[in-house]
Write a new protein. Sequence first.
Lengths: 294, 294
Amino acid sequence: MLRLTTDKKIDIMDAKNAPSARCKSGDTVLFETLDCYDCSVTRQGERLKIDRMHNPATGPLFVEGAEVGDALKVEIIKITTRDWGAMGTSFGEFGFKNVQGSDHSMHVYDIKDGVVRAGGFDIPVDNMIGVIGVAPAGEGVLTVTPGAHGGNMDCRRIREGATIYFPVAAEGALLSMGDLHALMGDGEVFGYGLEVSGEVTVRVTAVKGMKLEQPLLIEGGDAMTVASGETMQEATEKALESMYHLLRQCGQDEGEAGILMSMVCNIALCQMVNPLFTVRAEMPARMLEKVIKG
Amino acid sequence: MLRLTTDKKIDIMDAKNAPSARCKSGDTVLFETLDCYDCSVTRQGERLKIDRMHNPATGPLFVEGAEVGDALKVEIIKITTRDWGAMGTSFGEFGFKNVQGSDHSMHVYDIKDGVVRAGGFDIPVDNMIGVIGVAPAGEGVLTVTPGAHGGNMDCRRIREGATIYFPVAAEGALLSMGDLHALMGDGEVFGYGLEVSGEVTVRVTAVKGMKLEQPLLIEGGDAMTVASGETMQEATEKALESMYHLLRQCGQDEGEAGILMSMVCNIALCQMVNPLFTVRAEMPARMLEKVIKG
C-alpha cells in the first residue's frame, strides 16, 4: 500500500504544488499526519516551538484519472492516532469570545482503551479529520482555511467509515490531509480539538460527471453538504443552496425540495474558529441516492 | 386533569396577561393547541383566512409557588396531533433566501401510522413543540419571537420525553404553548414545519434556587442551553456563554470547562426564520447533573 509520510507536507493547498506521490483511481493509500502544532507539543504539555498555527497537511497525492470537473471520492477506511492528545483554550483569542479566562496553558490528555478522562469524566474518543481537501480552483488556500475544496473544515463527521466527495479543480485532484482530533464537538467552540498525530487509510476514486458546488459527505446514514462563509449565516445558506440543487438533480420539484428540507434537513455548526465559519446541512442519504455515485 | 382549551389563547407572552387557569406545582396539565395558521388551513390545503402569521399559544397557566427568580420545570409527557399537517414554502420571503421559487402553495400531508409520505419518501413523524414559554421579564414578546423566556424557539428537541426549565420572570410563571410540528428539521430552513394542532400533556414544577440565563432543555441524554439573537453567531455565543456558566457552577475550572466544551459540546441551529435566530448548545447531561434539579 502506498504510504505518504509527514516529511512531505504542505501548509497551502494549491494547484501549483508538486505531487508528493501518485496513485491510480481506486487505490488504497495511507497518510501519516502531524498534529496541528506540527508535533511541537510534548506529552508533558510543553510546546517546544512557538510559531504561527499552520495546520500542516500531508500530501498532496496525485490521483490518476481525476480531471477538472470530476469529483474525487475519498472513503475513510481507518483512522489511528497516538496515545495522547494536546489541547489549549482560546479565551478571547478567536472564535467564541464572550467568556474571558486566564488559562492559556497547554493541557495534555492520555488516550487509553479508547477513552479520554477530562473534567472528571470518561469520554469515548471519536477520531475525526480536521483538514482534508484537494487543490482549490484559482489561488492557493492556506491549510488553516476551509472552502469549496475542503481544507480546514473541522467537521467531526469526517470520521472512520465516512465517504467524502470533493469537486476536482486541478488535474490529479491533489488530495492532502492532517489535523486529526481524537475529540471535537460541533463548533470547536474554545478553539481546538484534542489534537493528535496519526494515520489515515483511504480509498480514492475519480468519479466522472459528478458536479459538486461544495464537498458532499456521507456518514451514518446522512448525506451532508459542507460549506464555509464569512458569517455563520453565509455558510448555512451556501450549504442549503448546494443541498437544494442536489435534491433538484434527484428529481424533486421546487416545492417538495424545499418542503423536504424543512421537514428533515438539519443544520449543524462544524467550526467557528477558523478564518471562515463552516456549517453542514444534513439530509437522510436515501433522499439523495440518485446523485451519490461511484 | 386540568385541561387548557384553545378558546383561551394569546399571541403575546406578557406578565400582564390574565391567567387562563391555575394549578399547583407538581400538577399534570393538558394543553390543547392550534396550529400556527390558527387552524385556518383545511385538509385540502385551502387557507380560509389570510392574515398575519401570529402563532397562537394556549394559556397562560399560572403555577402556584413559581416566583420570580425560580425556574419552571416542564416535563413533556405526551404529544398527540391531528392526522394531517399543512406546510408552505417561503421562497424569498424570510429565512433562507438564496433559492428563488414560484411555489407558494399550501401543501397538505396525511399522517398515518406515524408516517408522512413526501417527495416519494415515507418519513417517520417526530412531533415537537414550536412555541413554549413563560412570561418574559419586562415588555411582552410576540409568540412569533423567541427569547430567554422561551417562545417561538422552534427547537425540534422539545419533544415527548423532554424536560425544559425556564427562568421565571413573573409570579406564577405564566406558561403557554402552541405551534406543534409533526416534522421539522433543525433550522426550519424553508420557513415552516409540518404544522399541526394537537394536545400536549405536561407536568409543571416550580424549582427554587435554580437560576437560569436561558432555557435549559434535557432530552435524549443531552443537556442543552437554547438561546436566540439577531445573528446566528450572537445566538451561538449566548448559548455557549450560558453553558459555560452552568459548567462552572458544576465545579469545573475555567480551563476544563472550556476544554470539555471544545471536546463534546455540539452547536445546532434550531431555526433561522423567526425575527431572531435560535441555536442550542448540547452537552452530555451527565456533565451537568449538579445543576439539573427538581
